[in-house]
Write a new protein. Structure first.
Ligand code: NAI
Ligand code: MG
Length: 478
């Protein structure tokens, strides 16, 4: 255990009570490879109790709460998160190996989600629809009911903010199943929400294994909506499971996001974005930019500049707060190492330096001159690995950009306004950045994918439509 923790880490949070689970799981610090605490191993029975508790709140005060009241609670949660930024950052750094400044940014983003949705809560309106003579027709936005949230380990605080935050705003009651590798800040969030006055049972947190607690939540017959962020394989299982109960799902499944750098780009302005989007959170980011498409005329210059940056990158323990931390687990390190092995036929342009031992560290690696159909240019690696792919024409750049199974984020680096507009339409992705790149940034910006990146939109006002359903009321009054 360590000083920052002010809530029980090895319990379930169900119906506003910290309850024991029948078993616990060890929690490892990825920076050392050593276990330092335990979390609850939630069971199908625990999930069932959580769903029942959530359901009951819909028939009590929470079900009758006004948007204003919900907004005020979210505002208080946001305030408490901000006050606890430092503790939350240190807990997250220890739990998932994220360098401190990145963990701090996650805590601030969680607060921002609460602030944004606090303000948005009473600004979601319906519409009136012109209809037949003697009628007044209007729409109401209502909560789904009980929403299930299965989240990954890479950005727990941000993903709680964007999914649980939006769901609560619309008056849903939530059951959250955090990833087994990253439960501590989810439990902190439960403690903070409780302190902020969120009624008991409205948010339940059940840590546990994916195939146990996660699967039980996805298939529970009394869940009305599932949001999932994670791998394509599990996303596909979740969607199939939800189909049995005919409930809507939001899936956010990662990507192979490209940045297109043209001959007229400001390379020095682009450089920090190009590299950071690949190494942020050690590349374990759904919206990481793992492909850099470079016009042949600037390809050498760009490769040289990126290589220089890579050679200066330092990898170390999260609390040492270097450029890159460890990967989440030995398993994730094995996955990334296997991909690096598949790059043996490629030109390695540069790599960073591992400054620590014992944790799941891997040197960030930049490959150049990569053919667009190479495994490293097609598959999501989820590690600090980027490939540079040269192109000759704008059409070819678009064709390469659209050549993977994914479509989450893309960016266009060019001063040519017509090209910016043209490509923003032609590139398949849920978000397009022009002369910048926001890996997950911007709570205001609707976010989600096409293709194997998933479907549904989170963040911004758009998420509030996703976490509610529309009812049409047609009144005849003569
Ligand atoms: P995962 O998809 O297994 O885990 C994500 C969440 O799903 C966790 O909470 C997990 O407990 C839960 N889960 C696992 N199996 C489940 C099941 N059968 N039913 C219900 N819930 C289940 O991801 P994992 O194994 O941690 O990472 C493997 C790969 O997935 C990564 O290398 C990366 O490529 C991708 N990934 C993508 C993420 C993204 O942000 N889009 C986040 C995490 C992983
Ligand atoms: Mg951990």
């Amino acid at each position: 255990m360590f000083d920052e923790i002010w809530y029980p880490t090895d319990k379930l949070f169900i119906d506003g009570i910290w309850a024991d689970a029948s078993d616990v799981l060890a929690v490892e610090d990825p920076s050392t490879g050593k276990d330092f605490t335990t979390i609850a191993r939630g069971s199908a029975g625990d999930i069932d109790r959580a769903v029942t508790a959530a359901r009951a709140t819909l028939n009590s005060d929470w079900g009758k709460s006004t948007a204003l009241e919900r907004g005020r609670i979210l505002a208080r949660i946001g305030q408490l998160v901000l006050e606890r930024t430092e503790e939350l950052a240190r807990i997250e750094a220890r739990d998932v190996g994220k360098p401190l400044k990145q963990a701090r940014a996650d805590a601030v983003a969680l607060a921002r989600y609460m602030e944004f949705y606090a303000g948005a809560a009473d600004k979601i309106t319906g519409e009136t629809i012109p209809y037949l003579d003697g009628y007044t027709v209007y729409t109401l936005r209502e909560p789904h009911g009980v929403t299930g949230h299965i989240i990954p380990w890479n950005y727990p605080m941000q993903i709680i903010g964007r999914s649980v935050g939006a769901a609560l705003t619309m008056g849903n009651a939530c059951v959250l199943k955090p990833a087994e590798d990253a439960c501590l800040t989810a439990l902190a969030f439960a403690a903070i929400a409780d302190e902020a006055g969120l009624p008991k049972g409205v948010l339940n947190v059940v840590p546990g294994l994916g195939e146990e607690a996660g699967a039980a939540l996805a298939k529970h017959p009394d869940i009305d909506h599932i949001s999932f962020t994670g791998s394509v394989g599990v996303g596909s299982i979740i969607q199939a499971t939800a189909a049995q109960n005919i409930v809507p799902v939001t899936l956010e499944l990662g990507g192979k996001s490209p940045q297109l750098v043209f001959e007229d780009a400001d390379l020095d302005a682009a450089l920090p974005f190009l590299v950071n989007a690949g190494i942020q959170n050690a590349g374990q980011t759904c919206s990481a930019s793992s492909r850099i498409l470079a016009h042949r005329s600037i390809y050498d210059q760009l490769t040289e500049k990126m290589a220089a940056r890579y050679s200066a990158l330092q990898v170390g323990a999260a609390l040492d707060d270097l450029d890159v931390g460890p990967l989440i687990s030995a398993r994730q390190k094995d996955i990334v190492a296997e991909f690096l092995g598949k790059g043996h036929d490629l030109e390695k342009a540069a790599e960073g330096h591992v400054k620590a031992a014992g944790g799941h560290f891997i040197a960030p690696t930049l490959f150049a001159g990569v053919p667009p159909d190479h495994t490293l240019a097609q598959d999501e690696i989820f590690g600090p690995v980027q490939v540079i792919i040269p192109f000759d024409t704008e059409d070819e750049a678009v064709q390469i950009a659209n050549s993977t199974d994914y479509g989450l984020v893309a960016s266009i680096w060019s001063q040519n306004g017509a090209r910016q507009m043209r490509l923003a339409k032609q590139i398949s992705a849920g978000q397009i950045f022009i002369n910048n790149y926001g890996a997950g940034g911007g709570v205001e910006l609707p976010f989600g994918g096409v293709g194997k990146s998933g479907h549904g939109r989170e963040k911004g006002f758009e998420a509030l439509y996703g976490f509610s359903q529309l009812k049409t009321v047609a009144a005849f009054h003569g």
